[in-house]
Design a protein around this ligand. Structure first.
Ligand code: SF4
Length: 257
């Protein structure tokens, strides 16, 4: 192994990616302002209630940045995690650390256990590889149904979507609307114009905790059976549902009806 290869093999995600864009300071200020606006506009209806806005935290790099901002700015915004029962050990360990360190309440939503047992008994443990409908059925049970519960009673939610992540996300606006579970909500995407370099610059500058899988060439991390490392030159989301066509590669969380 030559020196250059050795350096790449041992470089962290911060070493490889932390490169702020020229307008990073303005983007960060806009993100902070948007989060403040969300906390103000969707404050609890009455004292003792939960805030009506929540961060959907996948525990990926973008969402760890948002969770850090919410905590650092002491904003009254909830955080929730969908624990699908198929997450990597590294992701579960990060979840435990976030729960222990977060000022904002971190709520964990799991699938209905009997639904997962019935699905695996009927379709097999590897159903997601057999067809797109079966993969989406698994996502429905493990992600979409818990998401509906996580968003129940919320008027707005926050995501770490960025335009750069994929062609399907190229038009993501800062403020959007959707209707998960049939309820209209405001959807904030405060990092929509951040680059991957901006995300890692923030993580490096603020010593944000992150999933060590990012150091092993997993830029986008989901369930273990549906995520792999990517190679040099592959797209950001090439490691997600890699056996499917590009157009099908969303789990439904961010697909508009
Ligand atoms: S990402 Fe894979 S394992 Fe996770 S819910 Fe979807 S199909 Fe199932």
């Amino acid at each position: 192994m030559n020196t250059a290869t050795q350096k790449t093999a041992t470089a962290s995600a911060i070493d490889l990616n932390a490169r702020a864009s020229a307008t990073f300071a303005q983007k960060l200020a806009a993100t902070q302002a948007l989060l403040q606006q969300a906390a103000r506009d969707y404050a609890p209806s009455s004292a003792g209630d939960e805030p009506r806005v929540t961060l959907a935290c996948s525990l990926g790099a973008e969402d760890m940045v948002l969770a850090h901002l919410i905590n650092a700015m002491q904003l009254n915004i909830g955080i929730f995690v969908l624990e699908t029962g198929q997450l990597h050990a590294e992701t579960l360990a990060l979840l435990a650390r976030l729960q222990a360190s977060s000022r904002a309440k971190v709520s964990v939503f799991k699938p209905v256990e009997q639904a997962t047992i019935d699905f695996v008994a009927r379709e097999g443990k590897d159903a997601m590889y057999k067809s797109i409908p079966l993969r989406k059925a698994c996502c429905q049970i493990r992600k979409m149904e818990p998401l509906s519960r996580a968003l129940a009673g919320k008027a707005a939610w926050i995501t770490g979507l960025r335009r750069e992540q994929s062609g399907a996300r190229a038009e993501v606006p800062l403020i959007d609307h959707d209707a998960v579970g049939g309820t209209e909500r405001v959807k904030y995407n405060p990092l929509s114009d951040w680059t991957w370099g901006d995300v890692w610059h923030y993580i490096a500058q603020n010593q944000v905790d992150y999933n060590p899988l990012h150091d092993q060439f997993y830029p986008s991390i989901g369930c273990a059976p549906c995520t792999r490392a990517i190679s040099l030159g592959e797209d950001f989301r090439a490691g997600r549902w890699w056996w499917e066509d590009e157009a099908a590669k969303e789990c439904g969380l961010h697909v508009k009806s």
